[in-house]
Design a binder for this molecule. Structure first.
Ligand SMILES: N[C@@H](CCC(=O)N[C@@H](CS)C(=O)NCC(=O)O)C(=O)O
Length: 220
């Protein structure tokens, strides 16, 4: 099984399915395709029919798209609890995962992924960190994230520190925004947080698998 991914620091889409596969106990070989430099797109198209990453190569087929890979994994490993067991929680987990997958465009485009305040972005953009995204659209995205985190944690979070208590695919999809929030030091309290969203983001970033991804990406 091979997971074809983008650069480990910038490819937010790649981190998600890797987390899902690892939580299911799978350990795909990682094939990293740089998303920059001369000829990168041609090289990517040789591996990926969509011209995008991530892409899972398994059982003689290719599965593109982070959500499709996650759904494949949950379908193949129903015993791993990748979605919440409670039907109401599961429905909400589907909804917020899809909302994350198809939305939050302003935050994603105006605030590129940073694994850490000490990430490679420093070396790419010079001694000063890239300025935090500050448009009204980004503020609306962050407010909506805080709303989701507060609402779902209050309704379904009693059994553990994750969005629906125990870890689920929804947490994989929100991990990259937690890295952005920390990288740009976005003040969640200024966007309606009572501490719930900040604590949840800290939980996501403390996950040993996220730490392992960072270590492998060379981020201290
Ligand atoms: N919906 C896709 C989005 C994939 C995507 O946009 N990946 C970016 C890297 S993070 C990419 O491959 N960019 C290359 C390009 O758009 O040319 C998914 O979730 O897998």
């Amino acid at each position: 099984m091979r997971l074809i991914i983008g650069n480990m620091i910038f490819s937010t889409w790649s981190l998600r399915p890797w987390l899902v596969l690892r939580k299911a106990g799978l350990d795909p070989e990682l094939v990293e395709v740089p998303l920059y430099g001369e000829g990168w797109k041609a090289r990517l198209l040789e591996l990926s029919p969509t011209g995008k990453v991530p892409l899972l190569e398994v059982d003689g087929q290719l599965i593109p798209d982070s959500l499709a890979i996650s759904l494949w994994c949950a379908d193949r490993h129903p015993d791993k609890g990748l979605w919440p067991a409670d039907p109401a929680a599961r429905a909400q987990a589907f909804a917020v995962t899809c909302e994350m997958h198809s939305g939050f465009t302003a935050l994603r485009t105006e605030g590129s992924m940073g694994m850490d305040a000490h990430s490679v972005l420093h070396t790419m953009f010079g001694p000063d960190r890239a300025p935090p995204p500050s448009s009204p659209s980004v503020a609306a995205d962050v407010r909506r994230l805080v709303e989701i985190f507060r609402e779902q944690r209050a309704r379904f979070g009693a059994s553990g520190p994750y969005l629906f208590g125990d870890w689920s695919i929804a947490d994989a999809f929100f991990t990259p925004v937690a890295t952005r929030i920390r990288h740009y030091q976005i003040d969640l309290a200024a966007h309606g947080d009572d501490g719930t969203a900040a604590a949840y983001c800290a939980t996501l970033l403390a996950d040993p698998l996220v730490q392992a991804w960072k270590a492998r990406a060379g981020v201290i």
